[in-house]
Design a protein around this ligand. Structure first.
Ligand SMILES: NC(=O)c1ccc[n+]([C@@H]2O[C@H](COP(=O)([O-])OP(=O)(O)OC[C@H]3O[C@@H](n4cnc5c(N)ncnc54)[C@H](O)[C@@H]3O)[C@@H](O)[C@H]2O)c1
Length: 295
């Protein structure tokens, strides 16, 4: 049985995937946060991937890496830089130094979020990130391409839409992926005999998808779930679409959100920053919760 390192194992997708992949692989779970409820076949190694030494330790002696660790969603630049740029580079470089060839990357729809919802795009379009977070995912894809071409690493980039038990709104009807379809994609990436560099979309069989997922289907992906099952109720609840950037572009709210506690841009009045800091604690917590679901 193969031993797979899963970074970000304490997170949302990691938790879904642990349940889906149980019994199929030996799972070495890793995260900066603890994972306490270990199941048979799982071990845990705590690591901060922004530290290369940690990344070298966790990637030693595994057959493949499934990389979910990092910042999910928009945040301030310093945070994105540490978790998604330096952290991603460290994990990939550590895998290379430890002779681990197969590496699955959790990239995101936000790498291409400034394409309009009226356009169908496939895996070959040029990037149009909708946020600093989206830029970090473009970096992940670019570094993956370099490591495939220069070092012969086998890179499988999954531009994930939104993993959840059901789509939660109109936008997610296009980009939703169920946990079992996500697991199927992960297994495809782990088991495909020949792999150089691929980008696939992580979505279920969604009638309203704006992604042409031909590349995943070519490799044998056969999603079992479809968002249309939930469409009538969601569309009735939401009414007609609005006319804001969040409605016009595929990235939704990320196309407008500054996220996190972003540092002030040159020339930007300090008052804007003070206003954020003065928000009541309760309201800020609610805002953070809302942002965390807006992927
Ligand atoms: N959830 C989605 O629908 C979705 C959609 C598109 C892309 N993605 C991507 O998939 C991956 C997983 O997403 P998620 O929803 O599970 O996110 P999550 O935030 O729930 O989990 C990410 C995990 O990474 C860990 N982490 C953060 N910084 C770290 C560091 N420096 N060292 C070690 N661990 C660190 C966190 O502790 C967390 O447990 C992310 O890369 C995200 O960008 C997710």
């Amino acid at each position: 049985m193969k031993t797979i390192l899963m970074t970000g194992a304490a997170g949302r997708i990691g938790t879904f995937m642990r349940a889906e992949l149980a019994g199929k692989y030996k799972l070495r779970l890793s995260d900066i946060k603890p994972v306490k409820d270990l199941k048979p076949g799982e071990t845990f190694m705590r690591a901060d991937i922004s530290n290369l030494k940690d990344a070298l330790r966790i990637t030693k002696g595994v057959d493949a890496v499934v990389h979910f660790g990092g910042q999910s969603g928009e945040h301030d630049w310093e945070h994105i830089l540490q978790a998604n740029i330096i952290g991603f580079h460290n994990t990939l470089e550590a895998a290379r130094r430890n002779g681990v060839k197969r590496f699955l990357v959790a990239t995101s729809n936000h790498a291409v979020g400034f394409y309009p919802v009226t356009q169908t795009i496939d895996h070959r379009v040029y990037p149009k990130p909708d946020s600093r977070y989206g830029v970090s995912k473009v970096f992940n894809e670019a570094l993956s391409s370099l490591y495939a071409d220069r070092y012969g690493m086998e890179m499988f980039c999954m531009r994930i839409g939104n993993v959840n038990s059901a789509p939660i709104d109109r936008r997610r009807l296009a980009i939703w992926i169920s946990a079992r379809d996500m697991a199927q994609l992960v297994i495809l990436g782990l088991e495909r005999p020949k792999l150089h560099f691929e980008i696939v979309y992580g979505i279920s069989d969604n009638a309203r998808a704006w992604f042409d997922n031909t590349n995943a289907y070519r490799m044998g992906y056969q999603p079992r779930d479809r968002s249309e099952t939930y469409a009538a109720e969601i569309l009735q609840r939401e009414g007609p679409p609005g006319n804001t950037p969040a409605d016009i572009f595929q990235g939704g709210g990320h196309c407008m959100s500054e996220g996190g506690t972003r540092s002030r841009l040159a020339g930007e009045p300090a008052a804007a920053k003070r206003k954020v800091a003065k928000k009541p604690v309760k309201k800020r917590a609610a805002t953070v919760r809302k942002k965390r679901t807006s992927r």
